[in-house]
Design a protein around this ligand. Structure first.
Ligand code: HC1
Ligand code: SF4
Length: 575
């Protein structure tokens, strides 16, 4: 350790610390902007490009960026000198000199880190009014909008895309005043191999990277008298939406969520978790089929569309490895527009299915034509958790005062197995709960497979099915997924089944969730809430969901093998 003095306060800290780390330890706040420290992912964005964290170090003539300056023994630092405060303010003033000032109508209004900092540092005028850059707005993709005018070159997106996700889409181009961040040759996003995982959106401090917005489309459909609008909500929404209404991370708001959607005017309020239970029926059967018939192993879960896109682009020789199951919200849309429409006597062309997802990629997934049936998309519109929060505020719904309500039926019942889809490790645990009983023919008494849980980026575990050992691999974050896929490609993998989720933490850490500004604790609290919700459910195995059982009896036939089940719920991935 070394001893340093910050604003007359002495602290002892590890040698590898930066001044910023030491200040945190000393309880002294140094403002930052480009800095992002995701401990669990061991990812630090330390470009020191914004110069907002400048401090004075005794005996050094120049100010130093606290985020990128290592401590040494005996160092004396001042964060509160007039010179340091002025330098910080000037850094923000310079950023503002080349930044649009349309805060009032900006998507990030009141949740923009640059705006918050301008307020915190008491910036009261746009001091420097020279040349400004004006770029073309990139709306080429179905999922992500890139607005270069709002980019402050912090390079957090670059770190997320290249280091965590290893996708290599975003990097700095050009030099000096012309520097921008974008794909190679500044191609439109839609012409790159972007997976639309949205992790760049999740870490962007301004509105330079956002999801494509669809809230207006939802309002339009809700107000068309001839349309029957059905909504479904992903597992991860119920443990995060409350944050947008001032609740603690990890507050479970399932009942209020159902009530809120009903108040918004949706004709039926359903749960993607029903689709997740159906997915397990199909996926567990498919796994058993592959195990018994010498099929391709390991089988990979296919419910994360960013991950599917990643394999299509980066491992085209392995597209036969993922399960052929459509993802739960797509399965749900299919069932709504066939079974439900028939049952209710509604023309499927007049039915609109809206998915509320923690995810940005789901927007692009829903637009994939190969998933539609008779030219009718399974899911018509996807909005993120943040967009739903915006709509509820727009509608004047007092969210925290709402009563708890139930989802509608017959597609609103779900099990604990479906809830845990929202976290890394959950899909494969849910599959094991069902596969165990189907393979052994015995009742699974202890449904918690604790060996599959946690936040470690790559996890391995063995599940004993009464003598038959199933080797399971779990990865979250596409960089971790890449390592696993390379092992499979090189014949080094002995897994039978693998779960991959593109976002760190799984869907709870999705690109469409309330911004968590690099605070890993928030994602962990959402994960704890997911397991709590699972424990609260009276049924915790997908194949015991009575509404799912009825759906198979009345309509789909045998899971995986039934003609309808196969035609409606499976797809083929192509490179
Ligand atoms: Fe997910 Fe899924 S769990 S992909 O992470 O399989 O988005 O929550 O809805 O479809 O159920 C996301 C979450 C979600 C699907 C399910
Ligand atoms: Fe990279 Fe994901 Fe952003 Fe695409 S969406 S640029 S893959 S981080």
């Amino acid at each position: 350790t070394v001893k340093v003095t910050i604003n007359d306060k002495e602290v002892e800290v590890p040698r590898e610390y930066t001044i910023l780390n030491a200040a945190v330890e000393a309880g002294i706040k140094i403002p930052t902007l480009c800095h992002l420290d995701l401990h669990d992912l061991k990812m630090v964005n330390r470009t020191a490009s914004c110069r907002v964290c400048m401090v004075e170090v005794e005996q050094r003539p120049n100010l130093a960026p606290a985020c990128a300056t290592p401590v040494n023994d005996g160092m004396v630092i001042r964060t509160d000198s007039l010179r340091a405060i002025r330098a910080r303010r000037m850094a923000v003033e310079l950023l503002l000199s080349n930044h649009p000032t349309d805060c009032l109508i900006c998507q990030r209004n009141l949740r923009c880190e640059l705006q918050a900092l301008a307020k915190e540092l008491n910036v009261r005028e746009i001091k420097y009014t020279g040349k400004r850059n004006k770029y073309h707005l990139d709306t080429s993709s179905q999922a992500v909008i890139k607005n270069q005018d709002k980019c402050i070159l912090c390079r957090r997106c670059e770190t997320a895309c290249n280091e965590i996700q290893t996708c290599g889409i975003l990097s700095a181009l050009n030099r000096g005043f012309d520097t921008i961040v974008g794909p190679a040759f500044n191609l439109p996003m839609a012409e790159t191999s972007c997976t639309y995982c949205g992790q760049c959106v999740a870490v962007c401090p301004t509105a330079a990277l956002t999801e494509v917005f669809h809230t207006h489309k939802v309002w339009e459909e809700l107000h068309k008298p001839d349309k029957y609008v059905v909504v479904q909500v992903a597992p991860a929404i119920r443990v995060a939406l409350g944050e947008l209404f001032g609740m603690e991370p990890g507050t479970i708001v399932t009942g209020k969520l159902a009530a809120a959607l009903r108040r918004m005017g949706f004709d039926q309020v359903y749960d993607t978790e029903f689709g997740a239970d159906v997915t397990i029926m199909e996926e567990a059967k498919e796994l058993i089929h592959r195990l018994e018939n010498g099929g391709r192993l390991p089988m990979l879960t296919s419910c994360c569309p960013a991950w599917v896109s990643f394999i299509e682009h980066q491992f085209p020789d392995m597209v036969d490895v993922p399960s052929t199951c459509k993802s739960p919200h797509i399965m749900f849309g299919t069932i709504a527009k066939t079974y439900l429409a028939e049952k209710m006597g509604i023309d499927p062309k007049k039915m609109v299915v809206v998915s509320v997802m923690p995810c940005v990629t789901k927007k692009a997934e829903a637009a994939r034509t190969e998933l539609s049936i008779d030219d009718n998309d399974n899911v018509d519109i996807v909005i993120t958790t943040r967009e739903l929060g915006d709509m509820l505020k727009e509608a004047g719904i007092d969210f925290d005062k709402l009563p708890d309500e139930d989802f509608d039926h017959p597609l609103g019942e779900s099990t604990g197995a479906a809830t845990i889809f929202g976290t890394t490790g959950g899909v494969i645990e849910a599959a094991m709960r069902t596969a165990y009983e189907w393979i052994t023919g015995e009742t699974l008494e202890k449904v918690d497979f604790k060996q599959l849980r946690g936040m470690k980026g790559i996890r391995e575990a063995t599940v004993d099915l009464k003598g038959q050992e199933i080797k399971i691999g779990i990865a979250h974050g596409l960089g971790n997924a890449r390592q696993m896929l390379e092992d499979i490609r090189n014949g080094k993998s002995e897994f039978h089944a693998i779960e991959i989720m593109a976002c760190p933490g799984g869907c709870i850490g999705g690109g469409g969730q309330p911004y968590h500004y690099g605070n890993d604790e928030i994602v962990k609290k959402r994960q704890e809430a997911i397991y709590k919700e699972d424990e609260r459910k009276s049924i915790r195995k997908s194949h015991e969901n009575p509404e799912v059982i009825k759906l198979y009896e009345e309509y789909l036939g045998e899971p995986y093998y039934g003609e309808r089940a196969h035609n409606l719920l499976h797809t083929k991935f192509e490179a």
